[in-house]
Ligand binder design. Structure first.
Ligand SMILES: Nc1nc2c(c(=O)[nH]1)N[C@H]1C(S)=C(S)[C@@H](COP(=O)(O)OP(=O)(O)OC[C@H]3O[C@@H](n4cnc5c(=O)[nH]c(N)nc54)[C@H](O)[C@@H]3O)O[C@H]1N2
Ligand SMILES: Nc1nc2c(c(=O)[nH]1)N[C@H]1C(S)=C(S)[C@@H](COP(=O)(O)OP(=O)(O)OC[C@H]3O[C@@H](n4cnc5c(=O)[nH]c(N)nc54)[C@H](O)[C@@H]3O)O[C@H]1N2
Ligand SMILES: [Mo]
Length: 915
């Protein structure tokens, strides 16, 4: 590749093929103003604002340098008098229409350049009447008096995030930014990703959190700390902008998983850490105060049962209670710990080490059990490793994307932008889900099927691929075992035979099978719809078989990607917060692994695998587990069949909860320890793409709240372990010794590079984004095609409970609502619990949207507001589990998948009636 030589202000420079004059100038340190141009790869240069005009020798008109690509020998003058005067004129004209002669964002790109060029007043009179501000959205202020119609917001909304809300109404001088059909922003279909706000050069769009009373952002941005978003497994790199120890604004940084983009939670959901209900002192339950599950309904009520205590007293009380049980009749097996996928890798590692060596049991688990446990079981069985084989950004190279049982536009919104990018580029997109999803409008095929019938659908696809011999025969021959058995098994699964169960026309199954098998490279992404089922492992087996059969693993643009949920669920699992596995998935029964860690930790390890999340609570209800330590989890909201789960927690002799808030779980505790929120700590997290990323403390914890890492170590010492007080970087060092997967990743390297993918072959090599190119990490090096059979999807509807109830999430809320219901913007966007139903079902019940409805199952009942949702099929009702006043999990069924031990959160029988 040879570059193009030309001169810039008399200096010889070279442009890469396709590189614009503006980009070359920036690279060599020549500053040219820009407004409508955002120097990010995903923003197309538009050249409409003329702020970047330069003179090209021999050309009559000035050229927009953001778009113009140089030709050999071209002489470009960026600083000629003519170019400078033209650019000045552009700024003056724009300024004429702005309030008080300046932009609304004094730190924005427009104001910076205006200052730089010495343009502070305009010779021109305002052209048009100033539009009134639109303050209808809880998060963003629209003040179009400062708008220069540069179009960046439209590109942000349409081309970068593919949300298609912002457009231009009117023509020429009258053109104005509009949301949908000239709706107020707050009433539009805007999903509040804030991409437009981040792109706007003038402050016409600003986050409300930075505005002064006059609607301006006055001072330049305060300190910006580079960290990671605390919400989902995408792992967006963020900048926390801090003033006076308060986060004022969050901006997207260009991390490998987000390329500068964020979603509503990451950008606007940060103020939970400063909510008045934040715990700032340790609490101890008053002697004799009853543990009443009804307190879970109202933390304020629960608070009366506690008194504040010193850290010394609280830690001593916490440790003594655990030690008494450990050393008593039940022994270590009467103790258990739930660690956190919301904390750092270092915390997760120390937590499991504390339970294994300080409690003396493997009863340690975390929310992964309620999440991808079934996927993990199937992946370990079939390909030998549970992490993704390709990052979601492999969508860029894929020519087909299959998304099943996941709604990335709501739950992994920034990952969704990459999928939408791929579809816009021409990749095929197949979406399979019982409910309509936000990706449907980008899809080539939308396969709506009956809930719980994944095996029927997937086996039918497999049947067609085998029958029509369109599988990847070479891949099957060289890389996988079990083909003959699978083929025999599939004979009974013709799409015509499965149609009755899955509801999918055989013709569509055949079409999709050919599409998927015929793709050059397909990326297979899935979520909770596959995993959270009493036969979730079978669902995942069938899906994995589909990818293996077609050879869609271990190549560019191909791979298996179970979208990981929590910000650190990949890392917490890797670090060993799993009852049957030590760090790096080595079985507790493996004597080599045990003795290696016994040496490193200087402690004896139990070879018996421990109990899982739901099993632990069931054992607690039977009185077999007597003491628990729960950090950064809220099982009194997130576990199935809450009446029982809460009774189990209440029955414990000793419960220690370490959280940010007096959660529904903490309401049942004996000791509550106030921990640190993510923006308050240093530490690493591992995202869904296997990227280990580093977060840095931006603000201190409030009051007497302490670093989680320190609390774990303090408890360990009080339980008799000889642990020094370590910083995150030191713990990372020990962790890297315990975990071969972290080879060649050091704290120093992470500080330097912010993100490194594991596995990584050398200290200076990039990590391996795509794995299993030549072999699978199984004893034979080959993968396994595992046949999956049909079984009931769970508790079947009947005359008494005729509906199927499914549960899950909304864009704005995080799980049990502990964080997001305490984030002002998010709570304002989704303030109340709802049950969504197909319009026809709503009519049948004689209800309209917004009316109260009672939903009952064999386990409990809740009341919530009805919401009409045409994306739901008849017979299916959806409830998000974020609302304590109508906790979805009072309704759900605790039956477990036999292999993954995951409950079927997506399916149980329910009755609906007007309240
Ligand atoms: N906004 C937000 N984002 C989140 C979270 C959050 O709480 N809020 N949580 C994070 C976590 S931990 C996780 S695990 C992820 C989860 O992210 P997703 O996997 O997207 O989770 P859900 O929305 O629970 O369910 C996904 C889909 O499963 C479908 N489904 C229901 N029944 C079936 C079925 O029988 N078969 C199939 N194939 N599909 C079915 C539902 O219709 C839904 O579209 O999200 C993460 N991101
Ligand atoms: N009905 C139904 N139930 C479900 C699901 C479903 O789809 N339907 N999905 C399941 C899934 S996939 C998951 S992952 C689980 C999630 O279940 P949980 O993990 O129990 O839910 P969260 O609300 O994320 O709980 C996190 C807790 O950690 C606290 N926290 C946050 N950051 C920190 C920190 O830095 N330090 C400390 N000490 N605490 C912190 C929060 O305040 C909160 O109380 O829910 C499961 N339950
Ligand atoms: Mo999850």
């Amino acid at each position: 590749m040879t570059g193009v030589r030309f001169t810039l202000d008399g200096r010889e420079v070279e442009a890469a093929p396709g590189e614009t004059i503006w980009n070359v100038a920036r690279r060599v340190g020549v500053a040219i103003p820009h407004l409508c141009h955002l120097p990010r790869a995903d923003y197309r240069p538009d050249g409409n604002c003329r702020a970047c005009l330069v003179e090209v020798e021999g050309e009559r008109v000035l050229a927009a340098s953001c778009r113009r690509v140089p030709t050999p020998g071209m002489a470009v003058r960026s600083a000629s008098k003519r170019a400078r005067r033209a650019r000045r004129m552009v700024f003056e004209l724009l300024l004429a229409d702005m309030p008080e002669g300046a932009a609304r964002d004094d730190s924005g790109i427009f104001a910076q350049w205006a200052r730089e060029m010495g343009v502070s007043a305009s010779r021109f009179a305002p052209e048009t009447a100033r539009p009134a501000p639109d303050l209808s959205h809880p998060a963003m202020a629209v003040q179009l008096d400062a708008c220069i119609t540069c179009g960046l917001c439209e590109r942000a909304c349409r081309e970068v995030q593919h949300n298609d809300v912002i457009g231009f109404a009117g023509r020429g001088m009258e053109a104005t930014v509009s949301f949908d059909l000239l709706d107020p922003m707050g009433a539009s279909s805007c999903v509040a990703c804030g991409e437009c706000v981040q792109a706007c050069p003038t402050g016409a769009l600003l986050p409300k959190s930075v505005l002064d009373a006059a609607g301006r952002r006055a001072a330049p941005p305060a300190k910006e700390v580079a960290s990671i978003c605390p919400y989902c497994g995408v792992g967006c790199q963020v900048g926390f902008r801090v003033r006076d120890d308060r986060i004022e604004e969050v901006v997207g940084r260009e991390g490998p998983a987000n390329a500068g983009r964020l979603c509503v939670k990451g950008r606007f959901g940060f103020d939970y850490i400063a909510h008045p209900e934040r715990l700032t002192k340790p609490l101890i339950r008053l002697d004799g105060a009853p543990k009443d599950p009804a307190d879970c309904l109202d933390p304020a009520r629960a608070r009366r049962h506690f008194r504040e205590a010193s850290w010394d007293e609280a830690l001593e009380r916490a440790a003594q209670g655990l030690a008494r049980i450990r050393d008593g009749a039940g022994g270590p097996a009467a103790l258990a710990g739930f660690g956190s996928a919301k904390g750092s890798n270092e915390e997760a590692y120390l937590f499991q080490k504390l339970v294994r060596t300080g409690f003396g049991t493997n009863n340690v688990d975390h929310c992964t059990r309620l999440c991808h446990a079934a996927s993990v079981a199937a992946l370990l069985e079939d390909v030998g490793s549970a992490a993704v084989t390709a990052p979601f950004t492999a969508a860029t190279e894929a020519d087909l994307l299959l998304v099943i049982g996941a709604r990335p536009t709501e739950n992994h919104p920034v990952a969704a932008t990459f999928l939408k990018d791929a579809a816009a580029r021409g990749a095929k997109l197949v979406v399979m889900d019982p409910r309509g999803t936000g990706l449907d409008r980008f899809a080539t095929e939308v396969v709506r099927f009956a809930p719980g019938q994944d095996v029927a659908l997937l086996n039918a696809l497999l049947h067609v691929i085998v029958e029509e011999e369109i599988y990847d025969a070479a891949f099957v021959a060289s890389r996988v075992d079990g083909f003959a058995e699978l083929r025999a098994h599939l004979a009974a699964y013709a799409p015509e035979a499965m149609e009755r169960l899955s509801g999918v026309p055989a013709e569509q199954v055949r079409r999709v099978a050919r599409l998927y098998a015929g793709a050059r490279s397909a990326l297979t992404l899935w979520g909770m719809g596959v995993s959270q089922s009493v036969h979730g492992t079978d669902n995942a087996r069938a899906l994995i078989a589909l990818a293996l059969l077609c050879g869609h693993v271990g190549r560019e643009g191909a791979g298996l990607h179970p979208l990981r949920g929590q910000n650190n669920v990949q890392g917490a699992s890797d670090a060993g917060l799993i009852p049957m596995m030590l760090p790096d998935y080595r079985r507790t029964a493996d004597p080599v692994a045990r003795s290696f860690l016994e040496e490193l930790w200087g402690a004896k390890l139990d070879e018996q695998p421990g109990l899982t999340v739901v099993e632990i609570l069931q054992a607690a209800e039977r009185g077999e587990i007597r003491g628990m330590y729960v950090m950064g989890e809220n099982p009194a909201m997130s576990d199935p069949d809450l009446a029982h789960a809460r009774a189990a927690l209440a029955r414990l002799d000793h419960l220690v909860v370490q959280d940010l808030f007096l959660t529904e779980t903490a309401a049942l505790a004996d000791v509550v320890l106030p921990g640190s929120a993510w923006p308050e700590k240093d530490g690493t997290v591992t995202n869904t793409n296997r990227q280990v990323q580093v977060g840095r403390a931006a603000v201190p914890p409030p009051g007497e709240a302490r670093q989680d890492l320190r609390i774990i170590a303090d408890l360990a010492r009080r339980l008799g372990l000889d642990w020094p007080q370590l910083q995150a970087r030191d713990v990372f060092g020990e962790m890297a010794q315990a975990m071969p997967s972290l080879a060649n990743i050091t704290w120093e390297r992470l500080e330097r590079e912010n993100s490194v993918t594991y596995p990584c072959a050398a200290p200076d090599a990039p990590g391996e984004a795509i794995v299993f190119r030549d072999a699978f990490p199984t004893p034979s090096g080959r993968a396994r095609l595992a046949p999956a059979g049909l079984s009931d999807p769970g508790e079947m509807p009947d005359a008494e409970y005729p509906f199927v109830l499914t549960t899950g999430r909304e864009l704005e809320h995080w799980h049990t609502g502990a964080m997001t219901r305490r984030a002002r913007v998010l709570d304002a966007l989704e303030p109340a619990p709802t049950v969504s139903l197909a319009p026809a079902e709503l009519r049948r019940l004689g209800l309209a949207s917004g009316q109260r409805l009672r939903v009952a199952t064999r386990r409990g009942a809740v009341e919530l507001l009805a919401r009409e949702d045409p994306a739901l099929p008849p017979g299916l009702a959806f409830i998000p589990f974020a609302y304590r006043e109508a906790a979805a999990n009072l309704l759900t069924d605790p039956r477990l998948d036999p292999d993954g031990k995951i409950p079927g959160f997506k399916f149980c029988a329910a009755r609906l009636e007007p309240a």
